[in-house]
Write a protein that binds this ligand. Structure first.
Ligand code: 1PR
Length: 539
């Protein structure tokens, strides 16, 4: 029996699923007594530092939790669950942390880095621990905008592992049976499950802290290890919709047209395909409910069921998009975009993606209609920025002269039908059916300002063509924002992934058709990236 400290701030379904998968039962902590009586306590902090600490305080959990930690009883904190152990965080400067570990949590500098630090990175293990033995070379999934810095004298005795991202930060701490991780073992595939299993099963061993030198903080001369590098992510995307027989299928369009001789293309069953991509080494899986703009997703029970079943067997991040917007049903009952997102998170999503509604929001912002209640702000406020992806569906609009538009224009090497070499990237809504007067660069910038954590950058021109990613589009958007950008649409070969990562600063690349049709295995893409010297998580 494992006690789970879920204080209701966000989605911890992934962790529940992982623990259940390992054969343990989860008991929710509801009272102070539950903390005092726990045999093993899991604390997957979610959301913002201030909200997490505020909730612990409201529930009267701070003192029992401190007592539990100081008594060296088995504890595993994850992400914010690590940060809360420190004295405080710049994320919520007036809110004290649990103060068990000396030091403060600071934001990553955004000047030269994509923030959040999102994706698969390595650890430099600084002390021998049975928790990490043999996993020293493994990659784990991180997603966070704040981090604990190493502070030699103050917290060296806690340091278990460090990771580099714009300099070193604390990625794991341990003292006796108390462990906390900045990364998410429940989203780190097989190695993450193995790490969780070690915590759940035995008594952890840890080499003693000698105190002679702050372990690992200052490498001995000549012993400096190379910095760890964040891997470029490879994402498999499943466009899902009902076919004409009413079955939910994975489909795939050519430039967003998913019908072939009048029929919706059927490329497989969503849960089976997602599970296959997980086994084959996809770093993330995305589902896009592509006809959700017509229907109300909360009534789409089969889609929610697909999510639930997928999250029980896929232990890498799961993104769901489609239909995230406010809605009033036939009975006059109104639902907010947050209500829809809540249901997606409850069903197993780690991130949600917003398409059409983001375009309408940007139009409103531009018109000065700003009330702080956009879907992006509401969902990021509740689940954190990293949980909000903006899916952009742009199409090239060619111009004879850059003066012909007020939008961000590029001088393109891919000329238009009449030899035009100027173009802008027009955002569309409703699955590419309708162009709007917003360009992709402006959309990305405004959404970032509102709190989006990542951009999924499709291209209607390249979708399903196998002609390679639209590098000019990726460069234009990447240069305009600090949040991670996923290159999408047009992958036809492993070389296209290498090109996307070598010729642009994309953080991740996504493909659909080549994976569904088994033309290129994910492992082959990873191998090509590794051969090109790019950091990847082995498939
Ligand atoms: O507008 O919030 O309801 O979200 C709808 C979502 O569904 C959006 O994210 C939109 O991109 C997606 N969508 C809508 N219609 C289609 C369609 O294809 N008819 N799919 C669609 C978009 C694009 C990619 C695709 C890549 C890679 N799919 O995600 O997977 O282009 O394909 P490739 O590797 O085969 O080239 P809302």
């Amino acid at each position: 029996m494992i006690s789970l400290l879920d204080y209701g701030a966000g989605n911890v379904r992934s962790l529940r699923n992982a623990v259940t998968r390992l054969g343990y039962e989860v008991k929710d902590v509801r009272t102070q007594e539950d903390i005092r009586g726990a045999a093993r306590l899991l604390f997957p902090g979610v959301g913002a530092f201030g909200a997490a600490m505020g909730r612990l305080r409201e529930l009267g959990f701070v003192e029992p939790l401190r007592d539990y930690l100081l008594a060296d009883r088995p504890f595993l904190g994850i992400c914010i669950g690590l940060q809360c152990l420190f004295e405080g965080s710049d994320e919520s400067p007036d809110v004290p942390g649990l103060g068990v570990i000396p030091g403060r949590i600071e934001r990553f500098p955004t000047s030269a880095l994509s923030v959040p630090h999102m994706g698969w990175n390595r650890l430099r293990v600084r002390r021998e621990s049975s928790l990490l033995a043999g996993l020293e070379r493994a990659r784990f999934y991180f997603v966070h905008s704040y981090r604990a810095r190493l502070a030699a004298a103050a917290n060296a005795e806690w340091l278990l592992a460090e990771t580099d991202y714009g300099g070193p930060f604390v990625s794991a701490v341990q003292r006796g049976q108390v462990v906390a991780l900045q990364f998410h073992p429940e989203k780190s595939g097989i190695v993450g499950l193995e790490l969780l299993r070690r915590f759940l099963t035995g008594t952890l061993t840890l080499a003693p802290f000698t105190g002679t030198r702050p372990t690992g903080l200052v490498p001995e001369p000549g012993q400096a290890e190379p910095p760890t590098r964040l891997a470029k992510r490879v994402i498999a995307c499943l466009d899902v919709r009902s076919n004409d027989a009413g079955d939910l299928v994975v489909t795939k369009g050519d430039q967003y047209d998913v019908r072939e001789q009048g029929e919706v293309r059927n490329l497989g069953k969503p849960v089976d395909l997602a599970a296959r991509y997980y086994r084959e080494g996809a770093d993330e899986i995305a589902f896009l409910n592509i006809t959700a703009f017509r229907d109300f997703p909360l009534r789409d029970q089969p889609m929610l069921e697909v999510l639930k079943r997928t999250s029980e067997q896929v232990f890498v991040p799961l993104t769901i998009g489609g239909g995230i917007r406010a809605f009033t049903d036939a009975g006059g009952h109104s639902y907010s975009a947050l209500d829809v997102a809540d249901e997606y998170f409850r069903s197993g999503a780690d991130k949600i993606s917003i398409g059409s509604d983001a375009v309408y929001t940007v139009e409103r912002v531009r018109a000065g209609d700003v009330d702080g209640r956009s879907a992006i702000e509401q969902i990021a406020g509740r689940y954190g920025n990293q949980a909000v992806v903006i899916s952009i569906d742009p199409r090239r609009v060619y111009l004879a002269s850059p003066e012909d538009t007020k939008h961000s224009v590029i001088d393109t090497a891919v000329p238009g039908p009449h030899g035009e070499h100027w173009c802008w990237f027009q955002c569309t809504v409703r699955g590419g059916r309708e162009g709007r007067d917003v360009d992709a660069v402006e959309l990305a910038q405004i959404c970032e300002r509102l709190g989006a954590g990542e951009i999924l950058l499709n291209s209607i021109d390249r979708d399903g063509t196998g002609a390679g990613f639209d590098l000019e589009l990726i460069r234009a958007v990447r240069a305009a924002v600090r949040i991670p950008v996923i290159a999408s649409s047009g992958a036809g070969s492993p070389a296209h992934f290498v090109e996307a990562f070598s010729a642009t600063d994309a953080d991740a690349a996504l493909a659909a058709g080549i994976f569904h049709r088994r033309e290129v295995p994910i492992a082959q893409v990873k191998q090509a990236l590794a051969d090109a010297g790019l950091p990847v998580r082995a498939a």
